[in-house]
Structures are given as structure tokens and as C-alpha cells.
Write a protein that binds this ligand. Structure first.
Ligand code: NAD
Length: 413
């Protein structure tokens, strides 16, 4: 059964609102309930003339959740199962994430319910351009800034930029995650995976984990770069999976060779020097990096997890019920809105560079990312310790409080 991530994020936000006593502090301001309703929800039909002359149709989404702390910001997902509640949840997480890591953006998310693997290159281009055309008055460098997510990459961002540029000048800062040649930032591709591992290393120190072994679910942008960052830090990756299956090697996988194998075959499956793995979530490892989709860890598999540390590269990989089970098992979870914030942090740096017309070296981008995400991790850990709560509750409280304060300061007429 498909989980409803918007129900899950709503429960967590309400719990944070209760803890912060927002109702008592700001009586009858209905802050939490107003927060949970997105500012604007855009849903539209996209017709597509296929290469063979037939016509198909898809649903396009853009949810602008909150611009209390800055203009809307969030990725574009191409996935056949996407629906409105999922996009609403993803947009809400973006608002919480940008608030938590102190960047001057709000939250948004969008996408199309399409399997990009079923489209030719030119069909993908036409569909992306149509999507952009429909949103041309709703996005922009000071309004709402898209970026890549599941099923999209720098190529789609290049088409969004080019389509938007037909309607508005000064278009570079209207979308992030672009190719380097047209204003992308050095370090953006690897930023989310790198950020996952920066927070993982902090948690390893806090937990005093010795010689930990890592398993990675999902080997796309986030999972593959997180695996590469583990390799750089000499932490063995013993298991990896993607939508087609999983592989493992208790002595550690050769991540660089695996990336070449995936580029050649389209999957981790069949990689030489590894055996088949049935279930990555419950496999033998010390650290689990879920880097695929929502709802990977549920009440059905949570109790069987062997990892002592979970660092959420994906958005919403752990359901509300599973989170409760794992807390009782004393598993440490670095929550999504902190762990995978590296992507939006470097998207923010890309936006700054585009506006200044002055570009930074990759080492400078990576150093700024590291400093910012570790500062956010320390802030969350300190709040959690002080208030005797887990890292997810702490992250939600800190993020929600800042947005709620902004709602009060900006006022309601
Ligand atoms: P991607 O499309 O590049 O890769 C997704 C990967 O997940 C693929 O390897 C796919 O095969 C795998 N996958 C899908 N279903 C699976 C399943 N059931 N079991 C195992 N693997 C499965 O997407 P991405 O950009 O790497 O995003 C992954 C997650 O990270 C998403 O939750 C996304 O919202 C989140 N995220 C991405 C970014 C970013 O910068 N790209 C930033 C923050 C958060």
C-alpha cells in the first residue's frame, strides 16, 4: 500500500507545534493549520505529441508551500506515481529544510506523473518545455526556483532555463542544478550526497561507531555521490540497490567501478565481485543511507533493521509509524530535512553566483557546504540534547519555530 507522506509530515509538524506551544504563545493564530496549507497549488494537463504522431497526456504539478522566509524553492520530479499529496509533502519538507539550514528561501516542489524512461530524448525535451511554458508566470529568480529531483537532471534544468529565457531576460537564476556551461555551480551535482556524508561523519563521531559499514538504497544522483563520499572517507560501502535489485559484498564494493557498470548497463545488478541481495533495508550493515523514495522504511520492516544509524538521503524514506519503532530501538536517525539539505544549500550558492555573475571554485563551494551543514547538524543535536528529544523532533521544532515567528512578524490582515 502506498503511504501518504503528507499525512506523515502533518503529524510531525503538529507534534512540533504542540511542543513549541504555539497555540499558547500566539493564541488563536492557527499557525500550524495555516502552515500546513500550501500558499498555492497548481495542477494542469500536459498534452504531448509523441515521436510516432500519437498524443499522450500527463498531469503537471507545482506546489508553492511557503514564502515566509524567501522565494519558493524546490525540485522537479518525473515519476509515474507522483500525486498531489506527495508533491505537497515534498514542498512542505522544502520549507522546513530551508528554514532549518538558514538559507533565504521558502519551499516548493513540482513534477509530472511520467516515467521518463518511456520517453525519447526529444519527447522529454518537449514535455519539459511545455511544463515550463505553463509555469512561466509562476517561476522566476525572485518568485520560485526549480531544481532537479528524482527522474530529472541538469539536462532538464537546461531546457527549463532556455524555455524561461524566451519569456524573460535575466533567466539564469530562475533555475538551479544547471550544467556548468550555462551557469551551474561547481559542486552542485555531488552536493546532496556530499552533505549526507558530512552529517553521517558527525553522527559517527557522536555515536563513537567504530569501523562502520554502509548500505545505500538508491544509486541515482544522491546515492551514488554519497557512496563516492564514503569511499573518499575510507568507509566501506557493503551493499547498494536500485529499482532493479540489490548487490552486496561484505568486504566493500568498488564504488568507482560500480558507477562505470551502472553507466554501461543502467543498473547495479550484475556487478562483478558482488552477490545478489534480497533486501537492502534489513541487510547486515551499521549505517543505512536510504537515497531512493518515500516510504522505504515502514512498520513492516523497521523492527528488522540492523543498522544503528540511518541518514536520510531521500525525502521521507521513513514512515511515521516506522520512525516510532526505530526510536524505541534506539536507532539514531539524521532526518531528511537536515541530511539531504546539501542540494538546496548549493542550489542557493548557484543562485547567488548567477546573480553576482561571479563564479566560485569547487573547493570553495564544498567548504561552504561543509561548514553550513555541520553548523545545522550541531544546532539540531544541541537542541535535541537540551530538550531530551530525537534529532527529527529537534529539526522540526527549530524549522517550524522560525517560520512561525516570521508569520507573526509579517502579520495577517
Ligand atoms: P534519481 O532519480 O537520480 O535516483 C533515484 C534512485 O532510486 C535510482 O537509482 C532508482 O533506481 C532508485 N530507486 C527507485 N525506487 C527504488 C526502490 N524501490 N528500491 C531501490 N531503489 C530505488 O533521484 P535522486 O535525485 O538521487 O533523488 C533520490 C532521493 O533524494 C529523493 O527522495 C529526492 O527527493 C531526494 N533528494 C534529491 C536531491 C537532489 O539534489 N537530487 C536533493 C535532496 C533530496
Amino acid at each position: 500500500m502506498k503511504t501518504n507522506p503528507f499525512d506523515d509530515v502533518s503529524k510531525l509538524v503538529r507534534a512540533a507545534g504542540d511542543y513549541l506551544e504555539l497555540e499558547k504563545k500566539y493564541p488563536q493564530q492557527t499557525l500550524v493549520e495555516r502552515f500546513l496549507i500550501p500558499d498555492k497549488t497548481i495542477l494542469f494537463r500536459l498534452s504531448l505529441k509523441r515521436d510516432d504522431g500519437t498524443a499522450g497526456y500527463y498531469l503537471g504539478y507545482r506546489v508553492q508551500h511557503s514564502d515566509m522566509l524567501g522565494c519558493y524553492k524546490g525540485g522537479i520530479r518525473f515519476h509515474p506515481m507522483i500525486d498531489l499529496d506527495e508533491v505537497k509533502a515534498l514542498a512542505t519538507w522544502m520549507t522546513l529544510k530551508t528554514s532549518l539550514v538558514d538559507i533565504p528561501f521558502g519551499g516548493a516542489k513540482g513534477g509530472i506523473n511520467v516515467d521518463p524512461a518511456t520517453l525519447s530524448f526529444s519527447e522529454r525535451e518537449r514535455l519539459t518545455r511545455k511544463y515550463t511554458h505553463r509555469l512561466v508566470n509562476d517561476i522566476g529568480p525572485a518568485i520560485d526556483i526549480p531544481a532537479p529531483d528524482v527522474g530529472t537532471s541538469a539536462q532538464e534544468m537546461a531546457w527549463i532555463y532556455d524555455e524561461y529565457r524566451k519569456h524573460q531576460s535575466n533567466a539564469r537564476a530562475a533555475v538551479t542544478g544547471k550544467p556548468l556551461e550555462i551557469g551551474g555551480s561547481a559542486g552542485r551535482q555531488a552536493a546532496t550526497g556530499n552533505g549526507v556524508v558530512f552529517t553521517m561523519l558527525e553522527a559517527i563521531k557522536d555515536m563513537k561507531l567504530e569501523n562502520p559499514k554502509v548500505a545505500v538504497q538508491g544509486f541515482g544522483n544522491v546515492g551514488s555521490h554519497a557512496a563516492l563520499a564514503c569511499r573518499k572517507n575510507r568507509i566501506p560501502v557493503v551493499a547498494v540497490s536500485d529499482v532493479k535489485g540489490g548487490i552486496c559484498n561484505p568486504n566493500g564494493l568498488d564504488v568507482k567501478k560500480l558507477i562505470r557498470h551502472v553507466a554501461a548497463t543502467g543498473s547495479v545488478v550484475g556487478f562483478a565481485g558482488a552477490s545478489e541481495l534480497e533486501d537492502i533495508i534489513t541487510c547486515d550493515c551499521d549505517i543505512l543511507l536510504p537515497c531512493a523514495l518515500e516510504g522505504a522504511i515502514t512498520e513492516n520492516n523497521a523492527a528488522k533493521i540492523k543498522a544503528r544509524l540511518i541518514v536520510e538521503g531521500a525525502n521521507g524514506p521513513t514512515t511515521y509509524e516506522a520512525n516510532g519503532i526505530l526510536q524505541k530501538m534506539n536507532v539514531t536517525i539524521v532526518p531528511d530535512i537536515l541530511a539531504n539539505s546539501g542540494g538546496v544549500i548549493v542550489s542557493y550558492y548557484e543562485w547567488v553566483q548567477n546573480r553576482e555573475g561571479f563564479y566560485w571554485e569547487e573547493t570553495e563551494v564544498n567548504e561552504r557546504l561543509k561548514k553550513k551543514i555541520i553548523a545545522a547538524y550541531n544546532k539540531v543535536r544541541t537542541y535535541a540534547q537540551k530538550n531530551d528529544m530525537d534529532l527529527r523532533q529537534a529539526a522540526y521544532c527549530l524549522a517550524l519555530k522560525k517560520v512561525a515567528d516570521a508569520m507573526i512578524l509579517r502579520g495577517t490582515q
